[in-house]
Design a protein around this ligand. Structure first.
Ligand code: NAD
Ligand code: 6OD
Length: 486
């Protein structure tokens, strides 16, 4: 049995309370690792180690030295690519074909991009007039915030963790990471990398455990934490915000979504089917940017539904290492049960089940994995909970629309506002529609095409703040103004 420990002050340490929890391989539904749960005392040690590193070598390091170290982290992740790939896929069940193109390379790139950005941060300067005529010079200096708590979800564990750890460290902060209890493996492995390349102890710490009334809450409540960055469910964001209110700590939130895909009749049909297929079924639908509501202009509605049905039925469900696997299992039985409850609800509400709606038969070793069928519905009312609530599974509802204003109103009829994907060949419409859908990210004729220098974040209940490129600096630094009388 594999053992996963916490990583505190540069060392792998067991739980102070001696408590461990089980980590499952979702393809077989069996425990494959025991994870050491960080107690309140363990969290306290991690935060204190992070504070000491800020006062110590990390705090004194020049930007160039820090940047060099982060480039080494990126290189080392790439050198150990296969180990990261296997660890991530075992924890999540996702196909190698997906993780080797997105999760692991992006995990490395998140260090490289921010190592580059931090070397080129401009600063502002204002010369002001004074009554004596001599004037004064104001200039801005960006300083790290301090100890950042990084609370992560399970869907893209390495990618979403490094997306925050990369800029946090580049800006000179130290971090205490709380990976999802479902997927602690790659955060643990990254601890080895930090030691291998010489990142000082205490700069990167990992505490494992659950969320509420456990490790996550111990961390967000710790007064030594200066700011909290979180990716996860909106309801969890509410709880974390309450912890952050004590001590007036800053938060950056990337939360849930109920994203709309909008397909106009003039779209390149095959390109739109390809894009929507990925947006609905990639990572078994466990992508915050995924599309669970698809709106298709009426003249192509039936043809589109048929084409997406064919794609869904053609997806080969299987284990990560099979080269023909198009879709893996859900991350946990709990998450699968949640999604299946929506499958039942859609049925009971009278949805037309175009395909799926259940659990596939998997033989042999995989008989007890957390598999689920890709599912498409039509015919539900727009106010149905299936259309209003985030499901986070491989499923979508497709509805026809007749005109642009109608579909914009439908796309906006949600409490969420993370992203949208619009398919049309009319360039004027592209800009008109993108301007009116209330989201943080609009993709046109593409999906999940991400330049790490661009802003990322959600409107409405999908988040607070923006990260990405220079926007990350807003959260991970304080801007200090120095005014010098001349
Ligand atoms: P979750 O909110 O259940 O858990 C996320 C993390 O928060 C876990 O590490 C968990 O242990 C921790 N946590 C839970 N309660 C806590 C508390 N009270 N205090 C401190 N920590 C706590 O989310 P999940 O199920 O892991 O991930 C799926 C959700 O994440 C979906 O809603 C999805 O939309 C969202 N998500 C959003 C983005 C984005 O960029 N907007 C990206 C990925 C996932
Ligand atoms: O690609 C990224 O940078 C990013 N933040 C992706 C988020 C995916 C959510 O599931």
């Amino acid at each position: 049995m594999i053992e996963m420990k916490n990583f505190i002050d540069g060392e792998f340490v067991g739980s102070g309370s001696g408590t461990t929890f089980e980590n499952f391989d979702p393809t077989v539904g069996r425990v494959y690792a025991q994870v050491h749960e960080a107690s309140r005392d363990d969290v306290d040690r991690a935060v204190k180690a992070a504070q000491a590193a800020m006062r110590g070598p990390w705090g004194r390091m020049s930007i160039a030295e820090r940047s060099e170290l982060l480039l080494k982290v990126a290189d080392r992740v790439n050198e150990r690519f296969d180990e990261f790939l296997q660890a991530e896929c075992r924890d999540t069940g996702k196909p190698y074909s997906l993780a080797s193109h997105i999760d692991i390379p992006r995990g490395a790139a998140n260090f490289k991009v921010f190592a580059d950005i931090i070397r080129n941060v401009p600063t502002e300067a204002f010369r002001m007039e004074t009554p004596d005529g001599a004037g004064a010079l104001n200039y801005g200096v960006r300083v790290p915030k301090g100890v950042i708590a990084v609370i992560c979800p399970w869907n893209l564990p390495l990618l979403l963790m490094t997306w925050k750890v990369g800029p946090a460290l580049a800006c000179g902060n130290t971090v205490v990471v709380k990976p999802s209890e479902e997927t602690p493996a790659t955060a643990t492995l990254l601890g080895e990398v930090m030691n291998e390349v010489g990142v000082p102890p205490g700069v990167y710490n990992v505490v494992n455990g659950r969320g509420g009334d456990s490790t996550g809450e111990f961390l967000t409540q710790h007064p030594g934490v200066d700011a909290i960055t979180f990716t996860g469910e909106t309801i969890t964001g509410t709880a974390i915000m309450q912890s952050a209110a004590v001590g007036i700590r800053d938060v950056s939130f990337e939360l849930g979504g109920k994203n709309a895909g909008v397909v106009f009749a003039d779209a390149d049909f095959d390109q739109a089917v390809d894009g929507i297929q990925r947006a609905v079924f990639a990572n078994c639908g466990q992508v915050c940017l995924g599309t669970e509501r698809v709106y298709v202009e009426r003249p192509i509605f039936e043809r589109f539904v048929d084409a997406l049905k064919t794609r869904a039925e053609g997806l080969k469900i299987g284990p990560p290492d099979a080269t023909d696997t198009g879709m893996g299992p859900m991350v946990s039985s709990q998450q699968r049960n949640k999604v299946l409850s929506y499958y039942d609800l859609a049925r009971s509400l009278g949805a037309d089940i175009v395909t799926g709606g259940g659990v596939p038969e998997m033989g042999g070793d995989y008989a007890n994995g957390f598999w689920i069928e890709p599912t498409i519905w039509t015919g539900l009312a727009e106010d149905s909970p299936v259309i209003k609530e985030e499901i986070f599974g491989p499923c979508c509802h497709i509805a026809p629309f007749d005109d642009e204003d109608e579909v914009i109103a439908q796309a906006n009829a949600t409490d969420y506002g993370l992203c949208t994907t619009i398919w049309t060949q009319d360039s004027a419409r592209t800009h008109r529609v993108a301007a009116q859908i209330d989201v943080g990210i609009s993709w046109v004729n593409c999906w999940f095409l991400r330049d790490l220098r661009t802003s990322f974040g959600g409107a409405k209940q999908s988040g607070i703040g923006r990260e990405g490129g220079v926007h990350s600096l807003e959260f991970y630094t304080e801007l200090r103004n120095v005014c010098v009388k001349l």
